[in-house]
Design a protein around this ligand. Sequence first.
Ligand code: ARG
Length: 576
Amino acid sequence: MTDLHRHLRERLLAALDQLGTPAAEAEPMLRLDPPKNRQHGDVALGAFQLAKHRGEPPPKLAAALAERIAPDAVVESAEATGPFVNFRFRRDALAREVLTAIQSDSPPYGRAPRSGRVVCVDFSSPNIAKPFHIGHMRSTVIGNALCRIHRHVGDEVHGINHLGDWGMPFAKMMTAYMRFGDEAKLHESPMRYMFELYRRYGKAAENDPTLDEEAARRFKALESGEDNEERRMWQLLRDESLKAFQGPYSRLGVTFDHVTGESFFEDKMEAAMQRVAEASVLEESEGAEVVWLKEQGIKEPCILRKSDGTTLYHTRDLAAAFHREAQFHPDRILYVVGAEQKLHFAQLKGVLAKMREPIAGAIEHVPFGLVLSKGPDGKWEKFASRAGNAVFLDEILDEAVAKVRQIIDEKNPELEDKDAVAEQVGVSAIVFNDLKNSRIKDVKFDWDAMLNFEGETGPYVQYAVARLGSILRKVDRPVPASDRVDFALLADAENVLLTMMEFGNAVQRAAEQSEPSVITGHAIALAGEIHSYLVDHYVVGAEPAVQDARLVLVDAARRLLTTSLGLLGIPAPQRM
Ligand code: ARG
């Protein structure tokens, strides 16, 4: 909340108190949001809930409130329109409050003090025996942004990589390696080589049932806990995969607080199963141990132990939920995983709810759509199916960087550090493209669109930051402290200022709804507003008092855009 909002809230609470509703009652119902149309005002109060509480029609309350909020040093006007009250702030007060807060990095523009909330973000979590595919990139990029957004609003965040390093998929890889593997080739290029093995296994298993049998046997041997051939193989394949993932992770600016993969729960599953049994929800079904969730409208049972005694993906997720509960006491556990695992997480939550475990309420699946690419016939199709090949993430990143490098060579051949800038811009183009629409939508992977410096892209926002920086460098005078400028001189920058003011709401919404697209949208809007403002408000060559005011504005826009990019995990190059 900004000081302007706080001031207005206090006045509204006082007015409501006069009308007979004490502040303690009114407080939770008092929501100030930007109106749908900026012409109507800067913020609006919908009087529905309050009016209902007071037992009167909303328009009546709206009119009574508007009448009681007389103009002051901050509020310019209050007008009732039907059930809404629309407020306008004085332009100099708006500029002072927003720009001073941005300059001093105070919340919501800077990081908030501790909120007391704890959020676990389970993200990326590739299966290490399979290629790191484009779907995992989405989880990695969205999860990384969510960690950063929650930290910004003051939450204690635990970013967790729940690696798929256990279970049957892993056992199959192990079997493939033992049958046809070659250690030298593995070390040479672990990801590609494992992908080769993965495909070879798939083909061979079609005609040879002994492969799957062997895999099941080997998984059982691995789960025995003994120090055997399987365990050594597991260690080798896990180490090699983790090393290989480090490349894309560091290029994407992603780090984890905990890398606790499925194998981490090896010795924690028995206790979890015990707990399920004690809650009397475990049933036997054809030799397997399952929890039925029909009463919750879920037809398929959640299988927690197979008839051969081995555990499953679900067993590990259940143990992980208990572990996280004990370790972190989270208010929310966000599982950033593709929409195709909807049933899995509904079952996980369902089992915990059936057990009456409070942690059930914290489980939130954060699903997302597919990545699509244009097929030969011009139709959008699932990316990974392209020519039946895996698409390796590092190759995609390399391609983006090469394309940006080419653009720089054409547009700005004099630029210093071309390679470093191309890396930052190329990777960001992909990241921004992934985050810019609501996450449940499919992402269209279209090079021209995502590299367009004038479209709604990462390069566009990065370019805006670089351009603002170059204005500040050209003026070659320090940006004045915001208390030394005449804010009345920024009266016609209201669109920039109002967009800036919406930032706090945007971050809040992004955090609540797990939607980084709210931040990309805000960044695009702000970049557009400051760009339009600068078309007919020059900084270089303006007279000193005007220049000072505009310097503060330009610097604030640069800072806020840099912050937004930071929340998305995107760097902002000084020049490009
Ligand atoms: N490894 C899984 C996959 O690639 C995703 C794991 C998601 N996290 C979880 N706690 N289940 O499909």
